[in-house]
Design a protein. Structure first.
Length: 92
């Protein structure tokens, strides 16, 4: 038997799913950007963090709760199973 723990990372995943709808966070990185060059990545990362921070300040708890419920509710109710141990019948 196991228990699925709900973690703060589940909230992060729901937030990122919702943030993907923001046009600033979906913007294409500059053509020719070398992802291995930290100096080229830095300004893009800074701009992305700022856009994400702006978006996070407006995140709606209702929308996050709906995402969590949609993802986790079906997994929360396992199918019934037969008892693991059955009482022994006494012979007497």
């Amino acid at each position: 038997m196991g228990v699925k723990a709900l973690t703060r990372y589940a909230l992060v995943e729901a937030l990122l799913e919702l943030a993907a709808e923001d046009r600033r966070l979906r913007a294409t990185l500059p053509y020719g950007l070398d992802p291995a060059d930290a100096e080229q990545v830095e300004p893009e990362l800074t701009g992305t963090v700022e856009a994400l921070r702006d978006w996070l300040s407006t995140a709606a708890p209702t929308a996050v709760a709906e995402r969590l419920r949609a993802r986790l509710w079906p997994a929360a109710r396992p199918a019934p199973c037969a008892p693991w141990l059955r009482p022994r019948r006494s012979r007497g």
